[in-house]
Design a binder for this molecule. Structure first.
Ligand code: NAI
Length: 271
């Protein structure tokens, strides 16, 4: 294993809800690789308390912030800058939520107030995080910003409903802001399109078991785990990926490039 890939780097990690969260695993890996960071989550997620255990383990603090609130983000950044003693080298957006999915609404029966909430929480908050960071001039040169996406942004996965649209928006925001931040600060912005992963957000989606197992049988390497995703995120925060920007990067064991696998062919064979 490489060591100290993130030595001297400072940043913010959103979205660690419990030990299954991709952000939780990322915090542990980032700490292991020498980073200093602040953890944050929506005030409501804090009530569960688990994030405080993670903070202890990572020798850091938690600053609550609703990522849809510009005011909360401003406060988060000001306090984090003070705690970390300087500007940021990395930001992780690991946030997703759809009231329509939670309440079982089909794509042809969306509640539009909820859909707006899905887009705001899952995509526009990524824009807000970057706009506030840019306005406050909080990113160091050659910094790295990562958001998490899913292939339903490009292909239809019927059960993913309004989250598919939210992810398409998220990926577009990564390109839009990646251009700006590249020009102004040499900061890169990418999204990682991750395999289905057993987390609170993931397994809340209807039919999760079926599409998790399907993706696992299609992908030559199998589904990518949350730990492997955390390692990929750390590599994107490291200096070894400095010229990668405005990309949607598949981290899916080969799923996105595979038409059919032998396992699936066997399942559908008449013989
Ligand atoms: P998770 O449920 O552990 O994390 C989602 C996080 O979003 C939670 O910590 C939650 O508190 C936070 N959040 C929700 N509303 C918020 C708000 N208003 N402000 C701040 N934080 C808020 O699940 P997971 O899977 O770790 O999700 C992380 C990201 O990975 C999400 O963007 C998700 O869509 C994405 N992803 C997940 C996949 C999966 O199968 N689990 C596959 C591909 C992408």
């Amino acid at each position: 294993m490489p060591e100290n890939l993130l030595k001297g780097k400072k940043g913010i990690i959103t979205g660690a809800l419990d030990e299954n969260s991709i952000a939780w695993k990322t915090a542990l890996k980032a700490k292991e690789q020498g980073a200093k960071f602040v953890l944050t989550n929506a005030p409501i997620a804090m009530r569960m308390g688990a994030i405080n255990e993670l903070a202890k383990e990572c020798d850091t603090i938690v600053i609550p912030a609703d990522a849809t609130s510009v005011e909360d983000l401003e406060k988060l950044y000001d306090e984090a800058k003070e705690y970390l003693g300087g500007n940021f080298d990395f930001l992780l957006h690991s946030i997703g939520m759809s009231p329509n999915i939670r309440k079982g609404r089909a794509y042809g029966d969306l509640n539009y107030d909820w859909a707006m909430k899905s887009y705001d929480v899952s995509a526009i908050s990524f824009h807000k995080m970057m706009q506030v960071a840019e306005k406050k001039d909080l990113m160091n040169e050659w910094g790295s910003i990562v958001g998490l996406s899913y292939i339903a942004s490009q292909r239809v996965f019927p059960f993913y409903t309004d989250m598919a649209d939210a992810k398409a928006l998220l990926e577009s925001i990564a390109r839009g802001f990646g251009y700006r931040f590249g020009k102004s600060k040499k900061v890169r912005v990418n999204t990682i399109s991750q395999s289905p992963t057993v987390t609170t957000a993931g397994s809340g989606i209807g039919g999760f078991d079926a599409f998790y197992n399907f993706a696992d049988s299609v992908s030559p390497l199998g589904n990518a785990s949350a730990e492997a995703c955390a390692e990929y995120i750390v590599s994107l925060f490291s200096d070894f990926t400095r010229m990668v920007t405005m990309q949607n990067l598949y981290h899916d064991g080969g799923y996105s490039s595979t038409g059919i696998s032998e396992e699936i062919m066997e399942k559908f064979s008449d013989k």
